[in-house]
Design a binder for this molecule. Structure first.
Ligand SMILES: *[C@@H]1O[C@H](CO)[C@@H](O)[C@H](O)[C@H]1NC(C)=O
Ligand SMILES: *[C@@H]1O[C@H](CO)[C@@H](O)[C@H](O)[C@H]1NC(C)=O
Ligand SMILES: *[C@@H]1O[C@H](CO)[C@@H](O)[C@H](O)[C@H]1NC(C)=O
Ligand SMILES: *[C@@H]1O[C@H](CO)[C@@H](O)[C@H](O)[C@H]1NC(C)=O
Ligand SMILES: *[C@@H]1O[C@H](CO)[C@@H](O)[C@H](O)[C@H]1NC(C)=O
Length: 314
């Protein structure tokens, strides 16, 4: 593919900060990457338990508008060294969005009407990390929050990007029309998706937004958006042509897990009462959800890592 030849140059240019001396294998810990030809950066976390030569899963985590890599690492706690995906320590790329001077916004993602840059960056980051570290390319995952959640949904909908990720987890996604939330969602295969949303979210409202409701256009009611995914993944209704109803379970007080029986690929959702625009954690680390940023469970451990563990590319 075209981008692979660009990457030969790119990897030579990739600069790496916080180098550590190790006797064998590439360094572990937090490593700052900058792709000089595109002025793009990301933070890679490699756990101490990484073993060079063994294959390790890789998670991409996309921050919300105006966020940044380090903040996303902090609020998601994905670099907790005890975490495993399918029994393996995993690497995490905390990606960082682009500045948009027209809208006077820093660090945003494609899929928003205020962004018009390429998603090539995602392919580039994957290739560069895979050159240095032994990544299990059948276990690369995408998750993100808000604008980064909408970007995750876009990655799930595009034929090219849906083909490189095994599963997708949008958290309180900003489902702008540019994320294909309304039309044109065409994954390369039925893709596993896990959607989490606080009912008290006033930034990307659970019940959606009319075109007049904000400067960035309409957003769907997330329950309708979930239905589109159950339709795409062939989830079973009671009879032909009926929307598939979820199996509902209150897994914590006010936390409703919705699961469907889907021959195509897993669709799972969590509806979180009392939670605002936040990545769910009991420590209330995501202040964007204020004053309702504290959950009575941690999303990342166990729910997100166990969802990812269930999926790999064929
Ligand atoms: C984006 O904007 C932020 C905040 O103004 C600034 O710190 C950063 O250097 C900018 N990045 C680029 C690539 O221009
Ligand atoms: C979109 O891209 C064009 C061409 O690269 C650039 O001139 C313009 O400023 C960009 N607009 C936004 C909103 O970023
Ligand atoms: C851009 O945003 C910054 C920070 O919110 C603000 O101080 C500045 O006045 C804004 N600039 C323009 C041109 O709106
Ligand atoms: C949101 O937080 C406020 C302030 O802590 C609290 O009074 C309110 O009950 C919370 N809303 C819900 C639905 O939990
Ligand atoms: C959630 O994570 C925090 C920090 O990692 C931890 O202190 C807390 O015990 C966890 N809560 C639950 C319910 O697992």
């Amino acid at each position: 593919m075209l981008y692979s030849s660009i990457l030969l140059v790119a990897s030579a240019l990739a600069t790496v900060a916080s180098q550590q001396l190790v006797l064998s294998g590439p360094p572990t810990g937090n490593r700052a990457y900058s792709l000089e030809w595109s002025e793009r950066t990301f933070l890679l976390n490699v756990p101490q338990s990484y073993v060079h030569g063994e294959s390790h899963p890789l998670v991409f985590s996309f921050h919300g508008a105006g966020g940044y890599s380090e903040k996303q690492q902090r609020i998601t706690e994905l670099s907790d060294p005890s975490l495993r995906i399918n029994g393996k320590p995993f690497l995490t790329i905390y990606a960082q969005g682009v500045n948009n001077s027209d809208w006077n916004m820093t660090h945003i993602w494609k899929g928003a009407p205020y962004e018009n840059k390429t998603i090539q960056y995602v392919f580039d980051a994957l290739e560069i990390v895979s050159k240095t570290y032994t990544v299990d390319r059948s276990r690369v995952y995408a998750c993100g929050k808000s604008n980064g959640g909408g970007f995750t949904a876009l990655l799930a909908c595009r034929p090219d990007t849906s083909a490189i990720f095994a599963a997708f987890a949008p958290v309180s996604p900003a489902l702008y029309q540019g994320t294909y939330a309304f039309h044109n969602c065409t994954p390369s295969r039925p893709v596993p998706i896990f959607h989490i949303h606080g009912v008290e979210d006033v930034i990307t409202p659970f019940h959606g937004r009319t075109p007049e409701g904000g400067s960035f256009g309409p957003e769907p009611d997330v329950r309708l958006w979930r239905r589109q995914w159950t339709d795409m993944n062939g989830c079973k209704g009671r009879y032909e042509g009926e929307w598939a109803e979820p199996k509902l379970e209150e897994i914590h007080k006010g936390v409703w897990e919705e699961t469907w029986d889907c021959p195509g690929a897993e669709v799972k959702a969590m509806t979180v009462e009392g939670l605002g625009h936040a990545w769910p954690s009991t420590l209330g680390l995501d202040l964007a959800g204020r004053p309702n940023q504290t959950a009575n469970f941690n999303l990342t451990n166990p729910y997100l890592v166990s969802f990812f563990s269930r999926h790999s590319l064929p």
